[in-house]
Write a protein that binds this ligand. Structure first.
Ligand code: DHB
Ligand code: MG
Length: 216
């Protein structure tokens, strides 16, 4: 059973206002950005996962306006680092402003460019592999490639988190054979069957993938 809007509102009502994230929502609207940032409870899950993993190095693919970057960075210890990759330079500027306004600029680095260029560059950058958690939330047709590079960048025991496994019902609709949908099907099957991963996929939000890289 999926939660009702009333249930979602009830759970959200328990938390105090979050000015740093409200600023991101307002900034997205002011800049005419698509309203596709993650929801508040999802953001709290990211903070929890980073903290529970004890992650010190986190990688994000797709910064948009910095909402999830703020949530990920909040879980880091002092001296921890989030590297967030964003293709659109305007989005990257907006994201950086929101991260700075949230007081997290010291632990977040936004790199502008195509993740399929920037991820191989990270593989070549010591220390390697160094990431404790990777969050994928970017262009859907490249998810299988992002997965490959993530598996090279994640340490044993590292966590992979990915948004939009269901693409609003399209992935489970056999009639939909759009390239991005087919790519997401390949990504999901790969996550579910790759012997290097222990995973689950929650039918929450738009399909939430959680996986851990096996140790040894
Ligand atoms: C959409 C939603 C997302 O979470 C995303 O990452 C990309 C697109 C959408 O609703 O179109
Ligand atoms: Mg998304």
């Amino acid at each position: 059973m999926l939660p009702s809007e009333r249930d979602v509102r009830y759970l959200e009502s328990l938390y105090p206002p979050d000015p740093d994230l409200e600023r991101v929502r307002a900034g997205m609207e002011a800049h005419g950005m698509p309203d596709i940032a993650i929801r508040p409870a999802y953001g709290r899950l990211l903070t929890l996962l980073v903290a529970a993993r004890g992650a010190r190095r986190v990688l994000e693919i797709g910064a948009l306006a910095g909402y999830s970057a703020i949530c990920l960075a909040r879980g880091l210890p002092p001296g921890g680092r989030l590297i967030s990759l964003e293709k659109n330079p305007d989005y990257a500027r907006v994201a950086h402003a929101h991260v700075a306004a949230a007081g997290l600029a010291d632990r977040v680095e936004i790199r502008v460019g195509d993740a399929l260029t920037l991820m191989p560059a990270l593989v070549a950058e010591p220390p390697h592999p160094s990431f404790d958690l990777v969050f994928i939330d970017a262009d859907k047709q490249h998810y299988p490639d992002y997965l490959e590079w993530s598996l090279r960048l994640l340490r044993p025991g590292g966590l992979l988190v990915a948004d939009n496994a269901l693409m609003h019902g399209r992935v489970a609709d056999p009639v939909d054979t759009a390239p991005a949908v087919e790519a997401m099907r390949r990504f999901n099957r790969r996550v579910a069957t790759d012997p290097r991963l222990v995973s689950t996929m929650l039918p929450a939000y738009d399909g939430l993938v959680l996986a851990r890289v096996r140790e040894g």
